[in-house]
Ligand binder design. Structure first.
Ligand code: ADE
Length: 412
């Protein structure tokens, strides 16, 4: 590796790989079996050390890869520099503007992909709107995140989706570990790195109680915060309440919160009327995929002055009466901007599912367009490999137990 930047990236990737034994084992198998020989892949993922380990695994299987970033602020430039060594063409740089971000996705698509990997559905969207000439060549794809799966289901409902996409997000191993523990820990990590605030004794308002929101609420509570949850789904709201969280409307929570975290996947969750009644020093962070959950325009409109960079990834908005509101990471994913994204140990499972699904898509006959679940056996295989790597043994059903589960005759 020539450059100092590339060497730093290589060290970071090596560190991540240590916590990714499942993906490493799949990589060794791919190197022996070459299931992806010559397969062209376009990927739009956060350009992190963990993604680099996935890229290495797919390369070991024989794939040719072009990679663009799925968020302009999450790119780790040292990793991007090192990825060239893996033979991956990277179109990504931290902090690029909107136009460059989309240009990079177009450049990744120039590979004329047979398989696409997406995180948020931007690449699939561009394929279906601006690069339709490439659609016939695509066998299928994988989607990594909740927001992307919602967009894909809408495309399917409107009969717009032109190839099969596997919802990696919806596996048990992804939702339970990556969404919950990954988002939970890395979001709190981002808030702490940006502000160095003490969470003990603070009121943390978590908007959205899906798998990710639940993870954020658990970690904040673990650090001694009083956690308030806002929800629009009555069942999730009830669940939060029975787990001991205070459940409020955002209007009621706004004057109470010290720290606000949006994790809903929807727009305008924190609006002008909420911002107007917040406490001096309130911290605003978003952990949803897009920067639409906090109405930053309304915040700009309310502010008399904006002090950018009062801390790394922290901008201070001063309101007319002198109150200061602190916006983290410009309202973009705080965990990938102010911290390093989910820890490698959870990305190990999500990206192992991605690697196995790519091999599955490459191997099997092309399926009709639509959103597909990851085959259950692949999800279970990932969990089994993860347990084995941790040296954890689990029980197996006895023959008698298997027969019992299959029989409807046996009763009390
Ligand atoms: N999404 C969330 N965390 C991530 C990470 N560390 N790498 C890639 N994608 C991610």
């Amino acid at each position: 590796m020539d450059s100092a930047l590339g060497q730093a990236g290589e060290r970071r990737i090596g560190w991540a790989a240590r916590a990714m034994p499942v993906l490493t084992a799949i990589g060794a198998r791919f190197a022996a079996e070459r299931p992806l020989e010559g397969l062209r892949i376009a990927a739009c993922l956060h350009v992190t050390a963990e993604t680099a380990v996935l890229m290495g695994t797919l390369r070991a299987g024989g794939a040719e890869i072009a990679l663009a970033a799925s968020n302009p602020l999450s790119t780790q430039d040292d990793v991007a520099a090192a990825l060239g060594e893996y033979g991956v063409t990277v179109h990504a740089r931290a902090g690029v503007d909107r136009e460059t971000y989309y240009r990079h996705i177009h450049q990744a698509l120039d590979i004329a992909p047979e398989i696409v990997l997406d995180d948020g559905c931007d690449l699939v969207n561009i394929l279906h709107t601006e690069r339709t000439e490439l659609l016939d060549g695509v066998r299928g794809g994988c989607e990594e995140t909740t927001t992307g799966v919602i967009r894909l289901r809408q495309m399917t409902a409107e009969q717009a989706l032109r190839f099969p996409v596997v919802a990696v997000n919806d596996t048990r191993t992804k939702r339970m570990f990556d969404n919950r523990y990954g988002t939970g820990q890395s979001t709190v990590d981002g808030i702490m790195r940006a502000t160095n605030t003490l969470l003990a004794g603070k009121t943390v308002v978590v908007a959205g109680f899906g798998y990710c929101g639940r993870g954020v609420a658990e970690r904040a509570r673990g650090l001694g915060a009083r956690v308030v949850v806002t929800e629009i789904d009555p069942v999730k709201a009830l669940d939060a309440s029975l787990q001991g969280y205070d459940v409020r409307s955002m209007a009621a929570a706004a004057p109470e919160g010290d720290v606000f975290v949006t994790v809903t996947g929807n727009r305008d969750v924190i609006r002008g009327e909420h911002l107007a009644v917040m406490k001096d020093g309130a911290i605003l962070a978003n952990a949803g995929h897009f920067d639409i959950e906090i109405d930053v325009r309304a915040l700009d409109g309310l502010a008399q002055a904006v002090h950018h960079g009062v801390r790394p990834n922290t901008d201070e908005y001063v309101l007319a009466d002198g109150r200061r509101l602190l916006l983290l990471a410009e309202g973009r994913l705080v965990n990938l901007t102010a911290a390093e994204g989910h820890p490698a140990a959870v990305m190990d499972m999500s990206f192992s599912a991605q690697a196995l699904v790519v091999a599955w898509l490459a191997r099997d006959p092309v399926r009709p367009p639509g959103v597909y679940d990851v085959p259950e056996e692949l999800d279970v295989e990932v969990a089994r490999l993860k347990l084995a790597a941790a040296g954890i043994e689990v029980d197996e059903l006895t023959g008698e137990q298997e027969r019992y589960l299959r029989s409807w005759r046996a009763g009390s």
